[in-house]
Design a protein around this ligand. Structure first.
Ligand SMILES: [Zn+2]
Length: 314
């Protein structure tokens, strides 16, 4: 199964000649969709009307609550709705792809394709993809891939997060880890993309457990504005630079990703909106979470996008 990229933004540059960055067609098998449903910000196509309605309502709910959790305020209504095409089947691997265009500080031409079981779409794929749209709307420019995918994975169901952690340990012990200076500099997906997802998730989790989501967003904003990620780490997390961040993070992973000291947790402001029951539980729960037993839970967020057009033109 081949899926399109996840969370790719296309940055249009206007030079002497008009340069149009084409959005790659997603390599998702096309299915006949039986029903559509429209909300304020989404137009959903799904196999049945009930599913389309469920997905559309959940998308609006996530868009509202996650925007507040990440940025402190809800998103304004988009000028045009984001089309969501959903393939829903019990044994379909969970995955999604969201693309959009940045142009002169604006973001538009949303498209989102999601697939998986109904349960996994609602508790992992949708919040992940919606978080991409929130970041795109908030930052109005592409994020470093690790920071984007890593943060989006923190809102997935604990089962999916636990899977990323298991993969991380595998990569770190088989020579597939990515040195932080290299990872922080990546603006595109690397050829070996799976480690970027699991490492990005783990670092985002570490940072969010220590500073909360608002601080994470402020850290990314400063890093984007200055292109000085060491400086932003120092400012928001008291870590001297990217190399030191790698050292601190690696030690944390070696110790089994312990929860931060109570003093640090107490300093983290609670999100203004109560966490939803779907995939928003603290990452500390990963590992002890009950694992659902249904088959084909393999997320394919992180499958290599080899052979597909680069998702961003920088
Ligand atoms: Zn993604």
């Amino acid at each position: 199964m081949v899926l399109g990229r996840c969370g790719g933004g296309v940055l249009i540059r206007r030079g002497m000649a008009t340069v149009v960055a084409a959005i790659a067609l997603l390599g998702v098998a096309v299915e006949v969709h039986a029903a559509g449903y429209r909300t304020a910000n989404f137009v959903v196509e799904a196999p049945t009307e009930a599913l389309a309605r469920k997905i559309g309502d959940a998308a609006e709910q996530y868009r509202h609550t996650l925007a507040i959790e990440w940025t402190g305020s809800p998103l304004p209504r988009w000028s045009r709705p984001c089309p969501i095409t959903a393939q829903v089947a019990p044994n379909l691997g969970a995955g999604g792809a969201t693309s959009f265009v940045f142009d002169r500080g604006e973001v538009f031409q949303w498209t989102m394709t999601i697939q998986g079981s109904e349960e996994r779409i609602l508790d992992s794929v949708l919040p992940h993809e919606i978080t991409h749209t929130i970041f795109a709307s908030h930052f109005r420019r592409p994020l470093p891939r690790w920071a984007d995918e890593g943060a989006c994975t923190t809102v997935e169901h604990p089962v999916e997060r636990a899977r990323q952690h298991r993969l991380l340990i595998e990569f770190l012990t088989t020579g597939r880890g990515i040195a932080f200076p290299e990872m922080f500099a990546m603006k595109e997906y690397p050829a070996d993309v799976l480690p970027l997802y699991s490492q990005g998730y783990s670092l985002a989790r570490y940072l969010i457990e220590r500073g909360g989501r608002h601080t994470y967003v402020a850290f990314v904003a400063d890093g984007l504005a200055t292109d000085n990620w060491s400086g932003s780490l120092a400012k928001h997390y008291g870590v001297s630079d990217v190399a030191q961040m790698q050292h601190v993070w690696l030690e944390w992973v070696k110790q089994g990703c312990p929860a931060p000291p109570a003093s640090l947790v107490a300093a983290v402001p609670s999100p203004p909106v109560a966490a939803t029951a779907r995939g928003q539980s603290p990452d500390a729960a990963v590992g002890s979470a009950p694992v659902a037993t249904s088959a084909a839970r393999t997320s394919i967020y992180a499958q290599a996008r080899r052979g597909q057009a680069a998702p961003a033109v920088r």
